[in-house]
Unconditional design. Sequence first.
Length: 356
Amino acid sequence: MNLAVPASADRQPQAPATRQKQKASPSLAPSLVSGSRQSCKLLFHEPWWLSAAAGDQHFEWSVVRGEGLYGKLSFLRTKSKFGFRLLRMPFFTHVLGPMIQSGNGKRQKRLANRLSLIRDLLEQLPAYDLCQFAMDPSLDEGLALGDGLALQEYGFRISPQYTFLIHSHITIDDIWAAMDFKVRQHIRRAEEKYTITEIADPKYFVSFYLNNIAKLGQKSYFQFERFPLLFTECSARSCGVILAAIRPDGSPAAMTFLVWGHGVLYYTLSTRVQSASESGSVNLLIWSAIKRAHALGLICDLDGVVSPGIGRFLGGYGGEVAVRLVATHVKPVYGAMLAVRTRLNSVAAPSNRFTL
């Protein structure tokens, strides 16, 4: 279903002089800097993405009203090995949350519409022991920032997850100049060592990723059974690519999976061989993602800070700090089990997306 955002300004013709003035006006820049976007949906809301990423475990609940009001919540619905009922985002889907069309009119009225639709959606949710998802508060001209108000009423805990955004309204030279000089140095050295190549075989990426994780003695948070189909669907729509930093001998030093749509390119998942001499390969892949996003006229989302070290690393690219909202509701029995597991595993694996 194509859910365009209803906007009365799009339907009212403007005089040519007004359109020209808006096009040239520098006042458009603050809306980019703030990160607010008119769209009410993300790439990850697309039905084909959810079908490919979750298959028959994809469940959604929707509310339809008159006057163009619409809301939807989508989840991966599974059970843990102990039988606990989980509502989570599908793998490789790092931000999702409610998709809401808030209608026309004043911002106050539209916000009230959003919160009302979210309440109706929450009333439809089945019984669960854990419900958790991340939201992009920039959607719907920033009105999505208020979604947590309705979620808190239903017992959800709202916590921040930081990310870095690099916008395309400035030149690529200005983006380069905004980076930390050490990051630029790593990229220059990596450019002398590696060639950036697109990888057409998703199974090659999966094998490389799992092999690198195994060498660290860790288990992957991600389940890759559906990754080949997801990659194929992205490739068919020209909205996803696997990039690899290739060494002179032809072997990969690092790979990343990029996806894009609805104005944003996401640096979704990357991995590299565990050798200090190959650390610059990831710098080069991130720079390659930034350049691709800029060429496409998209925001580059470096896709989530899950540890202080990653925060310091990504901060060197000079992007704007942005916040996603993570909504979590845990029932008492499952919460007690999580507390025990947290005490037994005081250091979370770096491949985990959230703390739970």
